[in-house]
Ligand binder design. Structure first.
Ligand code: PLP
Length: 468
């Protein structure tokens, strides 16, 4: 096969063309600060989105929409609730605070539920480090819990075991539970929430990767006490860098806002009784976010379109399995009524490789160490002496990554579970082997609005060609 002229990137948010209008407004009004009209509007629109009823399917062609259905104001009365079908009053209480990153949102969620130095926080192990690092920022201790096989997210039974064991060992309950929507896939949130409620432990949903995913029709990030959203450049939508915290109500929102703006007391001069943070989103970035919200539904639909394509392409192909997870359209085993569907945003589409599958060039996997950041990741990486660690993807997975790379297709191994990370080697972990075994066989494929169906066909052909 001939390599593609233009590199097919794993995932990059795509501009809608509406962003400049909001940015221009901010400049015109001289609102170039981390607060202002775009920030307020962005929060309002995000709230509309997170409490919106289900409008999406893989079939939806939303190209015609200039404003996403899910946050469109009511035609006759803009103030009227777009929310006619919503019965859960608690959902309507939700408030969204726009922040400088998803990581900041995790940090503030933990502060909001009262996590202090020395406390324990239960966190899904199969995740990106931003889920658990803020636990350490606070001087608290992460306790990792492994995943179940269907969704790759926190195993509710293991969660309960972990809580009981922590109580037996420390005499105290963990202060919070952080569940993650890995690659956007809805977790078994009803079961997890039941455990959290049973023990009275606050639940934080890290929906940084799961913006717009739905569990039984309801947006992920609205089930727990707090929900994390991320608008980093590689997520579902971007503000160039940013995030948001979905809060349970007005009071919680005010508390989060207080800590996000350096914890200032009500005096004419700076008076501080608490340690605060500078975590508010810039009004310019919020302008980008508002532009991005106009294509959010369309982007979700496109991620799902690609998922459907990959799922079909690997159906019946020996040795490669598409991860359909808990999605009730792509995993027929799940099944559900239209309004209560569980839908993944398929932020990243993932496959797993049978360990027996032979990939061309497998003998050269891990021969050299990584030079330059994998996939153009930001920042610098530490160069390493050995290409191996004690827990790494199988050689056929690495060979497939290299094969695709040579054809100018970016792919990436799954996130290495936190309980296998050297930095967390001393953290307690409740493990059933799932995350580690999936990490060794999985690969993320290009996803998102910049990947065309034609690109996806090329990627599938390249993968099938790589098999010996
Ligand atoms: C991206 C991500 C975050 C953090 O978001 P940033 O906006 O990059 O700080 C948190 N958790 C998970 C699982 C993520 O993938």
């Amino acid at each position: 096969m001939q390599k593609r002229e233009k590199r097919i990137i794993l995932c990059l948010a795509h501009m809608s063309g509406n962003e400049m209008k909001y940015i221009q407004e901010a400049f015109d009004q001289n609102w170039v600060v981390p607060l202002g009209p775009n920030v307020n509007k962005f929060e309002e629109e995000l709230k509309r989105f997170v409490v919106s009823p289900c409008t999406l399917t893989a079939e939806n062609d939303l190209q015609e929409e200039t404003y996403p259905k899910s946050i469109k104001p009511h035609e006759n009365d803009p103030e009227k609730l777009w929310l006619d079908s919503i019965t859960d009053a608690k959902l309507l209480d939700k408030q969204v605070v726009a922040l400088s990153s998803g990581t900041a949102a995790v940090h503030l969620a933990l502060i909001a539920v009262g996590v202090k130095a020395g406390d324990e926080v239960v966190c899904q192990s199969f995740t990106f480090c931003a889920s658990s690092n803020p636990v350490v920022y606070l001087g608290a201790k992460p306790v990792f819990v492994d995943s179940e096989r269907e969704t790759w997210n926190m195993d509710p039974e293991l969660l309960e075991k972990a809580i009981n064991d922590r109580m037996a060992k420390t005499g105290r309950k963990p202060k919070a539970i952080i569940v993650v929507y890995l690659y956007g896939m809805p977790a078994k949130i009803a079961e997890i929430k039941a455990v959290a409620d049973k023990y009275g432990i606050p639940l934080v949903e890290d929906a940084a990767e799961g913006l717009g995913s739905r569990y039984h029709g309801r947006v992920c990030g609205t089930f727990g006490d707090y929900g994390i959203l991320s608008f980093n450049g590689n997520k579902m939508i971007t503000t160039s860098g940013g995030g948001a915290l979905v809060c349970p109500d007005e009071e919680a929102r005010n508390k989060v806002m207080f800590f996000a703006t350096q914890a200032r007391e009500g005096y004419p001069y700076y008076q501080h009784e608490k340690i605060g943070y500078n975590y508010r989103l810039s009004n310019i970035c919020a302008g980008i976010g508002r532009g991005q919200l106009t294509v959010l539904d369309e982007h979700i639909a496109h991620h799902r379109r690609l998922a459907k394509f990959y799922a079909e392409a690997f159906k019946g192909f020996d040795g490669i399995t598409f991860h359909a997870g808990s999605d009730s359209e792509l995993n027929p085993a799940v099944g559900a009524a239209a309004e209560s569907k569980t839908l993944s945003n398929y932020w990243l589409n993932t496959i797993t490789l049978d360990p027996q599958l032979k990939i061309k060039g497998e003998e050269n996997a891990y021969r050299t160490t990584v030079k330059g950041a994998v996939g153009g990741a930001a920042g610098v990486i530490h160069y390493v002496d050995s290409a191996h660690t004690d827990c790494e993807p199988n050689a056929n997975v690495e060979a497939l990554r290299m094969w695709l790379d040579s054809l100018n297709i970016e792919s990436r191994p799954l996130w290495k579970p936190m309980h296998k990370q050297p930095v967390y080697k001393d953290s307690p972990a409740y493990v059933n082997g799932t995350a580690e075994s999936i990490f060794k066989v999985g690969l993320c494929l290009p996803s998102g609005p910049l990947v065309t169906l034609d690109d996806a066909q090329f990627i599938v052909d390249a993968i099938k060609d790589a098999v010996c």
